[in-house]
Structures are given as structure tokens and as C-alpha cells.
Design a binder for this molecule. Structure first.
Ligand code: PMP
Length: 361
């Protein structure tokens, strides 16, 4: 495909080419309507089919039991930072939060603003969030245990989830949703902003279990209450139709072209191993996360000579490799290798890294 470059942006991020082509092909005349998906009514049969198919596909790919609901909400993943405690914490409740970086810290901040009780059950701040905490003591009375499954900025990821003694997990999966097989049973609620692994910015996937819905207090503003959105099938107000349509196509691509979650996880493992194994072979590139906590989605690293980093990022771009600069808050380099980033893209990156090492090492 001419003019397309390898895109390692952290989000908004690469989308699968077949999905972009499908959007392009049916953009001007969506399903014979003579209108684009961005012009049709959100109350039309055509959009209903998109929405219901998107919900059905998410349920199917995750093998969600009957007692889970799939919602498409707005306000970004960041709105979930306050929506979760407002819906799931009763008066006098405390929630356990695991602090693994900037996104969990922001979620904790919102609970504090709401003047609810939050217990930071574990934190990896002592070593600049380069690891996932282990052997955590949870409060058996907690309303829920909150964690971020993949830390987009710090490049760490939970390999497996902690045993909480029956307290439901609430997870921000914004940067690793649908990247691997998942047993949803310990999770009371899962959410993910779409703009990494699911589609364009503007929609947030929320998966909520019946017993969490039972906790939702009366008297919340309608848009804040998960009940509103479950009752109205995510159409209480005008939903982000285009974004939901893209999510539908992305999940279809995962199911039909990638072999579902097992299939895509195999490729994701291959991609991540390729990069980490290469970097572990020398001291020139230095992954920032502890080995047992490394993310398979956001590979963060420094160059031994940090002054070479701007040159590395600039020359990578000249070679058709975009988006390798680390988050502005931490510096360094980061390759975001979400589902839609191909093995070939990562092979190309490794080839470039070898060449850069050869000429600058
Ligand atoms: N959580 C995580 C793990 C993220 O990576 C991000 C965005 N990078 C957010 C939350 C915030 O998402 P949004 O911009 O959709 O509010």
C-alpha cells in the first residue's frame, strides 16, 4: 500500500489495513443507504445492526457469560475514573487501588475528589513504576480491587491477575484489551478507550457484570449511571456511530482474519519477543521494565547514550517508522505494538535498530 508507513503510535494508533479499506469502500454509500455511516440516523435499522453486531462480537470473542453487558460510552477512558466509584461504591465503602503508573494515579485522584475512601493496596512508584507489584494484601471488605492491566506509558503489564479472595476486579484495559485470551470471571467491570486496540478515539468499551449493576445508586446523573446505558443499549443519547462501526469491523477482523484472541496473542508474543530478545542481546538498547513485568503492547526502552535518542527517533521516521518517542512525562523511546501492528512492522523496526547500532554504537 503506497504511502503508508509503519505506525508505532501509542494511541490513536494503527488500525488494521483491511478494516480501513472496508471503511473506505463503503464510506460514501453505507449498505445501499446513499449516505455515509456518519450521516445516517442513530435510530435507523442500519445503525442498529452495526451496534448490535458490535456488541455480539465483543461478547463472542471474549466468551462473555450471560450476566455481562457490553456498553459503548463517551468521555474517554478518563471518564471511567469517576464513573466507576460513583456507580460501584456505596456509602462507607472503601476500594483497593493498585498504583502502577500515571493512569492508575489519575484514577485514584478522581476517587479522592469524590471524597470516597481509597486504599492504595500496592504501588510500584518506589522504582519509577518499572514493575508490577506482587504478594499484595487486599482488604477482604473492599468494594472492588482496581488495576490497570497494561501501563501504556511505563511499559509494564500484568502477566496474570492477582487473587483477591472474591473481591471483584475492576480493570482499565485501555491498552491491552482483546490482545490475549481472558477469563473474565474475576472481573466485575472492564473498560477500555478504543483508540489503541479497538478503533478510533471517541468511544469507550465498558463491560459490566449484573452484580455491579445492582450496586448502582439511584440519584446519579443519567449519563453517569451505568444503568441508563444498559437499559438503553448505549443509545440513551446519540452514540459515537462511526467509532462503534469501526470497533465492529476491528473485532470482525480479529475473529475472521487473526484467529480470535488466541491467534492474535500468538502474533503479539512473537512481536514482543523479537524486540525484547534483540535488545537483551546487547547493552546499547535498554528496556525500562523489569523482565517479568514487560508489556507486550508498549515496549519502552532507553538508549545507553540517552543523547542519541532524538537522533534515533528522527532517523526511524526517515526510514518509515513512526511514533517511537517515549511519553513526554518519561522521555526515552517506546514502540507501541498493538494488535494492528504487523510482525513485518516489528521486523522492520529491529532491522533499523541493528543498523542504528552499527553506525552509532
Ligand atoms: N488508561 C490508559 C491505560 C491509557 O493508556 C489512557 C490513554 N493513553 C487512558 C486511560 C486515558 O484514555 P482517554 O484519553 O480515552 O481518556
Amino acid at each position: 500500500m503506497q504511502n503508508r508507513i509503519y505506525n508505532f503510535n501509542p494511541g490513536p494508533a494503527a488500525l488494521p489495513l483491511p478494516v480501513l479499506e472496508e471503511i473506505q469502500a463503503e464510506f460514501l454509500n453505507f449498505k445501499g443507504s446513499g449516505m455515509s455511516i456518519t450521516e445516517i440516523s442513530h435510530r435507523s435499522k442500519a445503525f442498529d445492526e452495526v451496534l448490535n453486531d458490535a456488541v455480539a462480537r465483543v461478547k463472542r470473542i471474549l466468551s462473555l457469560p450471560e450476566n455481562y453487558h457490553v456498553l459503548f460510552l463517551q468521555g474517554g477512558a478518563s471518564s471511567q475514573f469517576y464513573q466507576v466509584p460513583m456507580n460501584l461504591m456505596g456509602p462507607g465503602d472503601t476500594a483497593d487501588y493498585i498504583d502502577t503508573g500515571i493512569w492508575s494515579a489519575k484514577a485514584i485522584k478522581e476517587v479522592n475528589i469524590l471524597e470516597r475512601s481509597v486504599n492504595v493496596a500496592a504501588s510500584s512508584e518506589d522504582r519509577n513504576y518499572c514493575y508490577i507489584p506482587k504478594d499484595i494484601k487486599f482488604n477482604p471488605e473492599a468494594a472492588y480491587v482496581y488495576l490497570v492491566t497494561n501501563n501504556t506509558i511505563k511499559g509494564t503489564q500484568w502477566a496474570e491477575f492477582p487473587e483477591t479472595g472474591g473481591v471483584p476486579l475492576v480493570a482499565d484495559m485501555s491498552s491491552d484489551i482483546l490482545s490475549r485470551a481472558l477469563d473474565v470471571s474475576p472481573f466485575g467491570l472492564i473498560y477500555a478507550g478504543a483508540q489503541k486496540n479497538l478503533g478510533p478515539a471517541g468511544v469507550t468499551l465498558v463491560i459490566i457484570r449484573d452484580d455491579m449493576l445492582d450496586r448502582v445508586p439511584d440519584g446519579l446523573p443519567s449519563m453517569v449511571s451505568y444503568k441508563t446505558h444498559v437499559d438503553k443499549n448505549s443509545s440513551y443519547n446519540t452514540p459515537p456511530c462511526f467509532a462503534i462501526y469501526v470497533v465492529q469491523l476491528v473485532v470482525k477482523w480479529l475473529e475472521e482474519k487473526m484467529g480470535g484472541l488466541e491467534g492474535v496473542a500468538r502474533v503479539n508474543d512473537q512481536k514482543a519477543s523479537l524486540l525484547y530478545d534483540f535488545m537483551d542481546g546487547d547493552e546499547f538498547y535498554r528496556p525500562t521494565a523489569d523482565k517479568d513485568s514487560r508489556s507486550r503492547m508498549n515496549v519502552t526502552f532507553r538508549l545507553a547514550d540517552e543523547e542519541l535518542e532524538p537522533k534515533f527517533v528522527a532517523e526511524a521516521l526517515e526510514n518509515g517508522l513512526n511514533g517511537l518517542k517515549g511519553h513526554r512525562s518519561v522521555g526515552g523511546c517506546r514502540a507501541s505494538i498493538y494488535n494492528a501492528v504487523s510482525l513485518e512492522a516489528v521486523q522492520s523496526l529491529v532491522e533499523f535498530m541493528k543498523e542504528f547500532f552499527r553506525t552509532n554504537g
